[in-house]
Design a protein around this ligand. Structure first.
Ligand SMILES: [Zn+2]
Length: 167
């Protein structure tokens, strides 16, 4: 089961609530983690209950953060499919915009990462992310910049958001 919500850029709190209602992210450890813990891949630090950027003391525990674990497992939590004739003529600038959104979001939220751009045989591009909120932010940024059609599909009982943009 999935339910499709129309894009509504002016009710973002509603979108936030929908994402908060997603089930618990299975990549977030339910056991109590030692603080501080540092991720050996990206150097993010688990401190005060969340993963963030910063310097860790030498004696920090070492454990993969949920974002790096998803990268290793090739298990995205967010998908953004880009398609259409307009995309074909503006692909570089659109992908650049998405990278920019990732840089901005990742600075504040250490676990929001772009995983890959996958060019599909039909000319569309699939962008994959470690976090559903980043898939949403990227889709909304492309929609704000270029208009077109934007759709969100939340998967019930999964920590997953699928976004589709077409122009
Ligand atoms: Zn990491």
């Amino acid at each position: 089961m999935s339910n499709t919500q129309p894009p509504n850029l002016y009710h973002e709190d509603r979108q936030d609530r929908l994402i908060r209602e997603l089930v618990h992210d299975p990549y977030h450890s339910k056991k109590k983690m030692t603080e501080p813990t540092q991720c050996p891949d990206c150097q993010a630090i688990y401190h005060e209950g969340r993963w963030r950027w910063g310097a860790a003391p030498a004696d920090a525990e070492r454990e993969l953060c949920p974002a790096c674990q998803r990268v290793r497992d090739h298990c995205p939590a967010g998908f953004l499919t880009l398609s259409g004739e307009f995309l074909a003529g503006h692909k570089d600038e659109i992908l650049h915009l998405i990278r920019h959104v990732e840089q901005r979001e990742k600075a504040e939220h250490a676990l929001r990462r772009l995983m890959a751009f996958e060019e599909q045989a039909d000319g569309s591009v699939l962008a994959t992310f470690t976090d559903p909120q980043l898939a949403r932010a990227a889709g909304e940024a492309v929609y704000r910049a270029y208009r077109g059609d934007l759709d969100f599909t939340y998967q019930e009982n999964e920590y997953l958001l699928r976004v589709a943009w077409r122009r």
